[in-house]
Design a protein around this ligand. Sequence first.
Ligand code: TYC
Length: 112
Amino acid sequence: MLTDFYMMAQNPDDDLGIGVKLETRPKTKRPPLYKVLILNDDYTPMEFVVHVLERFFGMTHAQAFELMLTVHKKGIAVVGVFSYEIAETKVALVMDFAQRHQHPLQCTMEKE
Ligand code: TYC
């Protein structure tokens, strides 16, 4: 919703067709959002994925179990939408946690 006002010369004879743009308010763009996705694999235990979703994405056990099953069946799912910094941190935390437990679970992010 942009509203720009143009002030033209007062005397129509002086009007050279050059408008002076007056900003009504500063332009502020909302920062882009990023989807955090979790991918299926054949080896990570289902309970581990459920635990990850509870621990890092604040889901209840029921929500986490349902989303884990969605990923298991469909291959991929969005687990949340965040600012760049939060998404990056969540991905790093999940990847580190999975690696430390020697599971091949993959977590990634993409611009919305
Ligand atoms: N497919 C895994 C299994 O059968 C479970 C799983 C679900 C793994 C979701 C990763 O993101 C995942 N043990």
